[in-house]
Design a protein around this ligand. Structure first.
Ligand code: SF4
Length: 129
């Protein structure tokens, strides 16, 4: 078995010129026309992702891996706390509910991929829909 760094390097070579490593995902940026951050910013000629606008749960350029699970679990927990707060306005709760659904979906996909692939496989585990 290859170490994680080597596997990622090989994936990088096969998939993209540059792998952008985020706290919650890997951004492959193989097709800028499909990059959600660029579409949201109307920056269609950009040659790099806009990490500050990353919404990897909705972007087809992202993959989520086992090591990203804690970030998504923290996100889901934090959103749950806001959803339970009576001071949060209903409109904001509706928005948070959608965010919570996305975080829960990513967690479910990571868990399903991890269960089906074994503990040491570093292939991309999830792709946003
Ligand atoms: S939204 Fe995130 S994953 Fe998608 S291209 Fe932008 S930085 Fe990469």
């Amino acid at each position: 078995m290859l170490p994680t760094g080597r596997r990622l390097e090989n994936l990088l070579r096969q998939q993209a010129d540059v792998l952008h490593v985020g706290a919650a995902n890997f951004c492959w940026f193989t097709d800028p026309s499909k990059a959600l951050c660029l579409r949201l910013a109307a920056a269609t000629t950009a040659t790099r992702p806009l990490i500050g606008m990353c919404d990897s749960a909705r972007c087809p350029q992202a993959t989520h891996h086992r090591e990203h699970r804690p970030v998504w679990a923290d996100t889901a927990d934090t959103i749950s706390q806001f959803l339970g707060n009576p001071r949060v306005p209903p409109a904001e709760k509706r928005r948070l509910h959608h965010e919570h659904e996305r975080a829960a979906r990513v967690l479910d996909e990571i868990d399903a991929a991890t269960a089906s692939r074994g503990a040491h496989d570093d292939e991309p585990e999830t792709h946003p829909r």
